[in-house]
Design a protein. Sequence first.
Length: 400
Amino acid sequence: MKILHTSDWHIGKQLHKYDLAEDLNLFFDWLISCIKTNEIDVLLVSGDVFDQANPSQAAFKQYYNVLRQFVSLDCKIIITGGNHDSAAVLNAPKELLNAFDITVIGGATEDIADMFITVQAKEEKLVVATIPFLKDRDIRKSVAGETYATKIEQIKAGLQTYFSNINSYYQLHHTDVFFIVMGHLFVQGSTVSESERDIQIGNQAGVSAAMFQGIPNYVALGHIHKPQAISVEEHIYYCGSPISLSFSEKKDQKQVNILTVKNNKIENIEILAIPKQRNLLAFEGNLDEVQSKIVSYTEETPLPSLVEIIVNEETESLERRQAFEAFISNQSNSKLQIVKSRLNFKNKIRGASDAFAVGTDVADVTPIQMFEKKLELQSGLENTDELKAAFRDILQELNL
């Protein structure tokens, strides 16, 4: 039996207003070919199918188009919800998709038995605990007046208890069957990028890999976009996002993980590189230096490379600002597209409250970054950690 682990598609994602739908379409074409070529029996998608809780019509169209293509494959599809997903949105077509051997678990179910999926293929049997992103209410009961530190510890304890119960259910009902746990959460020791939304109080409630107790044969994690092994010995992996979702991921080699299971054991874990469709680049220097780098860039990729530029000048002036804006507007190298730009002056005429650097688009600033900057500008505030935690709770409830 062969199992392919992927996650964090983030359908509908825009990188600084640049639509990444083409990147995902090329990935989906490659994924379908990969499933056929490698004779994959089970496809696991560990959360964050969409980038927004309320996807656009274009995002829905892309999602249903790839599911339509999956139907023609001789492959069991299992999809779980992530912290970017709305459980209700993912679950809406659930019964229809079941008819096409596509199982969707958008949110935690009341009965954990409903999250255990059994698959039989090529004389091998597999049971998958399809654990989606667990919300606060799924793992603990809130208490009025509780402290920030208490809440973090309760979330950690709640996650540990939840996954312990998953292991116990497996041992009670599926003993000796090859066991995979899917999860969408932050495990301590993982390396993050700029594109992950804070999960469970800014990742401070991250749990240890020991939480899995060494019981699952493989742990298929989602949420972290940089592919990495949390524990090679215990087969705990983040496969990462299939495309780069921020400039902090520009050097990442994206991948999927393919497990070969034989005689109820992992025979092999293949890390299969996903072809890179475009480069993400960062050019920095004064305006003349950055212009030279842009003009001289010649590398060919299937899609235009996306560029972040940082221009550093000595003294602020209207002339330099106008030259900067003219350069951004008139850039003509067809092999790349400038999607993020910033102009910095060493000697700057400051206003009363410059919260962010010159050239920063408010659309590029996350709500939590804006809130933290506001706290910095308000002198004398106490309990800022608690305020940040409360703000994150609001964002999580609103799926922002």
